[in-house]
Ligand binder design. Structure first.
Ligand code: FES
Length: 148
């Protein structure tokens, strides 16, 4: 199998060399070393880089990409079936992300007309406040102390 130099991988993928090093450091891609200690990439790195670029374009965190890639074999080029399996496993995560983005769009539309950014009632300003739905005040604190 013909391997790619760093320059070839960068040119063919449109990804900067510094980004290749960054992705490698993050465990998203891997390289081999020549006897002269130069990096060489297997050709499937191009597909991985294409997936990373698309994921970044739609705001999918690199950690999610890394988890998906971790399901692929590292020591050889993944087969078409293995890529398909990765996509299927990733689908749930993508669906969740799409649902979150839809919710965010809905909230943003409402909040643009409102503008209060109230910590008590604005889900955009305070998105994780599930306990806040049951009323004002330190709910978790009350609950913890009621068991003592
Ligand atoms: S800005 Fe008022 S509810 Fe979000």
């Amino acid at each position: 199998m013909q391997e790619l130099t760093v320059g070839e991988a960068a040119r063919r993928s449109g990804v900067a060399i510094s980004a290749l090093h960054f992705y490698e450091k993050k465990g998203l891609i891997s390289s081999l070393r020549t006897p002269g200690n130069q990096r060489r990439y297997a050709r499937d790195v191009l597909r991985r880089l294409a997936v990373i670029r698309v994921a970044q374009r739609v705001g999918i965190p690199l950690e999610a990409v890394r988890r998906a890639f971790a399901t692929l074999p590292q020591e050889r080029t993944p087969t078409r079936a293995e890529w398909a399996r990765m996509s299927a496993l990733w689908r749930e995560e993508l669906d969740t992300r799409i649902a979150q983005l839809n919710l965010l769009r809905h909230q943003l539309t409402e909040c643009i007309g409102c503008g209060c950014l109230s910590l008590q009632r604005c889900r955009l300003a305070n998105p994780g406040d599930v306990l806040g739905e049951s009323g004002d005040g330190p709910r978790a604190w009350d609950e913890v102390n009621s068991h003592e």
